[in-house]
Ligand binder design. Sequence first.
Ligand SMILES: [Fe+2]
Ligand SMILES: [Fe+2]
Length: 184
Amino acid sequence: MTEKDVIDLLLRQHEEIKSLFTEVENAAPEDRAEAFQKLVRLLAVHETAEEEIVHPYARRKLHDGGTIADERLAEENAAKDLLTEMEKAGVEDPRFSANLALLRRAVVEHAEHEEQEEFPRLRQETSEQERRAMATAVRAAEALAPTHPHPGIDSTAKNLLLGPPTAIMDRTKDVLRRAMGKRG
Ligand SMILES: [Fe+2]
Ligand SMILES: [Fe+2]
């Protein structure tokens, strides 16, 4: 968890998101709510970090960055709507498994678009220093959603990140903006 380059950090989060989907799919009924909550937190934190920091960079730095950013944001918004609906309906909802499969497909496809169309070009068009600064902010946000938490930290993170995805995203935005502001 010490990636200095924001692209490495986001790629690792993509892998973690995929394993959390598998964890929710395989969870026993009594563990499903907790596993899903972990997925909701990491997804909310990850996509918010991309929306706040990474796509705006693509928009500014890449020659067709506006189109790329708009397409990624549209995909993120669609996934966010489904995630919000699923969180509201809860894991007992009869459509939960079907929705989870839909969400997984959408999120994985979206991540592939980022990995193929956006990240390699961002790596070329940004300086190492810029990517390090972005990584620092994304790590600050990630600390809100530990997937392998230490005992004491877990309860704090849970308190910070209770509630629907939109509340988690708002809290994440605050942390990201403060972290980006700090570097002047
Ligand atoms: Fe994304
Ligand atoms: Fe992503």
